[in-house]
Design a protein around this ligand. Sequence first.
Ligand code: KG4
Ligand code: ZN
Length: 356
Amino acid sequence: MPRNNFFFIFLRPLLLSKMSIYILGIESSCDDTSAAVLHNTRMLSSVIANQEVHQKFGGVVPELASRAHQQNIIPVVEVALQKAKITKNQLSAIAFTRGPGLLGSLLVGTSFAKAFAMGLNIPIIEVNHLKAHILSHFVRDESQDSHPEFPFLCLTVSGGHTQIVKVNSPSEMEILGKTIDDAAGEAFDKAAKIMGLPYPGGPEVDKLAKIGNPLAFTFPEPRIGNLDYSFSGLKTSFLYFLRDRLKEEDDFIEKHRADLAASIQHTIISILMKKLKLAVKQTGLNQIAIAGGVSANSGLRDAIEKEATLSGWKTFLPPFKYTTDNAAMIAVAGYFKYLNGEFAPQSITPYARGGF
Ligand code: KG4
Ligand code: ZN
């Protein structure tokens, strides 16, 4: 191996990992404006400004999200730096979510990161939002001090994505299976909307499911090959089931809301778990992590723990604050790229779609 390669591949990361690196992470892919400061992988601060403006529309309105990001980004970053008790001049680099997400929202975080870094004369690091959800397991703080060893499997379940990923290293990840239509979070949100629950519906379904009977109603599971998922058929059968029941009993939903929530949650989890178990069988890996907004679901967490006991899995369930969108995960993904010297040019632009 040429000496130069040896330096970049082995020595540089090793030397840098012994140094004090301060990364500012910025996340603005959807409706949360978030900034976090990490000292190496240790979280010093994490600030999230939620956008309540979308609630009355029953979903995220992209134009309103982008405007709210513009209002929030500077105060959120200021508070993150204050809470971390460092000055902007101590920052080593700025990591930002480049995509996927809402383009107007991503543009705000990307433009801010570029301008702020240029002013400070420090590098910028582009981060893939989905990889960052997975790498949130490597943020260290009082609630999380262990992480999976590479390679491991991660079930990434959010409002926009559902994937089973083989994680070989912070940069090398293989998608083994993914949804061909709706994401698991969408299935939760759409079922909740049909039942008249507020947006986002996932947490509402989760709460109601705790007092309902998961076997009260059964819904068909998709028959789809290999490790892929499909959730759009479930939404349609839920809709038709309720339409027929409402013809007979117009207060059917009110009377059975908890049982409906428990049953639809039970079906979504059963679909998720079957493919995850198949992935474990196919890869022979037994360290299993979950990530993304739906990884907050108590039924899914219980199902994973139950399977862990039965099958000897070593599981990694993220603390709740790292399940939904946050900038600590962006900063930690940025830290790993910093070690490899993977910096982005000032000409970089965000992308709305695409995997990794
Ligand atoms: O990762 P995330 O914050 O944003 C995306 O990148 O999409 O995920 C948001 C999704 C929403 O669909 C929301 O309903 C779902 O995560 N979610 C839940 C729970 N908490 C959030 N779904 C089921 N149970 C929960 N407890
Ligand atoms: Zn997300």
